[in-house]
Design a protein around this ligand. Structure first.
Ligand code: AMP
Length: 282
C-alpha cells in the first residue's frame, strides 16, 4: 500500500490509473479506523481495481465548540487496518494541502442537509460537501463508499453528486455494530465504561420503534414517542433528536403511507459524548 500526502501526487497517480482503464474506488474517512471503515474498504476492494482510502480530519466540518483538536488519531494503526482491508493507496493530506492559503470555496447542498444534523450542527454538511467534492476531484473515483451509520450524510452526498452531475456512484454500506448493538464509531473511545454500557440504549430504542412500526403503527408522533421513551429509560442522556422520517427525502409526514420507506434517526449525548445512529424500515 502506497501512502500519498500531496494533492499533486494523488492526481498524477489517479490519472495514470484511469488511462489504464482501472476502476477506482474511494473510501473517505477521518481515520482512527475500526471495522465499520474496514467494511467499506472491503466493499470497495470487491468492486474496484484500485482502492483509495482517505484519512483527513476535516476542520471545516467541526464547529469551534466541537472535538476537532481532540479527535482521536493513530496513523500507524490506521495504515495496518487499511492495508489488511485491501487498500492500494492511503491518501493522508494535511490541512494546507486540502485548503491552501486563501481557500474560500464552500459547497452547500441545501434540502436534505437542513433538518436533524443540519439543525444541531449548522455548518457541518457544508464542510462535508466541500471536502467530499475536493476529494472526488483529487481521486476521480468511479465509486465512493459511505456508511449507513451517517445516513443523512449519505443522502447529502448522493444529492451533491446528482446536482453537480459528478460521474461517481455513491454506495451506501451497512452499519457495523459491536456485539451488543452499539454502532462502531471513532467517538466511542470517549465513553467511560459506565457510559459505554448506557450507550447501547440508542440501538435498543431504534429496534423498539422498528418493532412498533412492524406491528402496523405508522403515525409519526407515536413512533417518535417509542424512541424517546426507550432512550429516556437511562439516566444522564440528552436527546438532540429522536425522529422518524421519509427514507428518501427526510420529510416528516404526520402519517407514513403503507409503502413509504421510513428511517429512524437518533442523536443523543451520553455524558459529554454525542452519538448518532439510525435504522431503515422498509
Ligand atoms: P468517519 O471517519 O467517522 O468520517 O467515517 C468515515 C466513513 O465510515 C463514513 O462513510 C461513515 O459513515 C463510515 N462509518 C463510520 N462508522 C461506521 C460503521 N459503524 N459502520 C459502517 N460505516 C461506518
Amino acid at each position: 500500500m502506497q501512502q500519498i500526502t500531496s494533492a499533486h501526487d494523488i492526481q498524477r497517480v489517479v490519472l495514470a490509473a484511469r488511462r489504464e482503464g482501472k476502476r477506482i474506488g474511494v473510501v473517505p474517512t477521518m481515520g482512527y479506523l475500526h471495522d465499520g471503515h474496514a467494511s467499506l474498504m472491503r466493499a470497495a476492494r470487491a468492486a474496484c481495481d484500485i482502492v483509495i482510502a482517505t484519512i483527513f480530519v476535516n476542520p471545516l466540518q467541526f464547529a469551534p465548540s466541537e472535538d476537532f483538536t481532540r479527535y482521536p488519531r493513530d496513523i500507524e494503526r490506521d495504515r495496518q487496518i487499511a492495508e489488511e482491508a485491501g487498500c492500494n493507496i492511503l491518501f493522508t493530506p494535511t490541512s494546507e494541502e486540502m485548503y491552501p492559503e486563501g481557500f474560500k470555496t464552500t459547497i452547500s447542498v441545501g434540502g436534505v442537509s437542513a433538518p436533524f444534523e443540519g439543525i444541531f450542527r449548522p455548518t457541518h454538511f457544508n464542510g462535508v460537501a466541500t471536502v467530499v467534492t475536493k476529494l472526488f476531484i483529487l481521486t476521480q473515483p468511479d465509486k465512493a463508499f459511505f456508511g449507513q451509520k451517517d445516513y443523512q450524510q449519505c443522502l447529502v452526498v448522493k444529492k451533491l453528486v446528482r446536482d453537480l452531475a459528478m460521474p461517481v456512484e455513491v454506495v451506501m454500506c451497512p452499519t457495523q455494530r459491536e456485539s451488543d448493538g452499539l454502532a462502531m464509531s471513532s467517538r466511542n473511545m470517549y465513553l467511560s465504561a459506565e457510559e459505554r454500557s448506557r450507550a447501547t440504549i440508542l440501538y435498543a430504542a431504534l429496534q423498539a420503534a422498528q418493532q412498533f412500526i412492524m406491528q402496523g403503527n405508522r403515525t409519526r408522533l407515536s413512533i417518535e414517542a417509542v424512541l424517546r421513551d426507550v432512550l429516556l429509560s437511562v439516566h444522564d442522556i440528552t436527546i438532540d433528536y429522536a425522529a422518524a422520517a421519509d427514507s428518501e427525502d427526510l420529510s416528516q409526514p404526520d402519517e407514513f403511507a403503507p409503502q413509504q420507506g421510513i428511517v429512524l434517526l437518533v442523536a443523543a449525548r451520553i455524558g459529554s459524548t454525542r452519538l448518532i445512529d439510525n435504522l431503515l424500515v422498509r
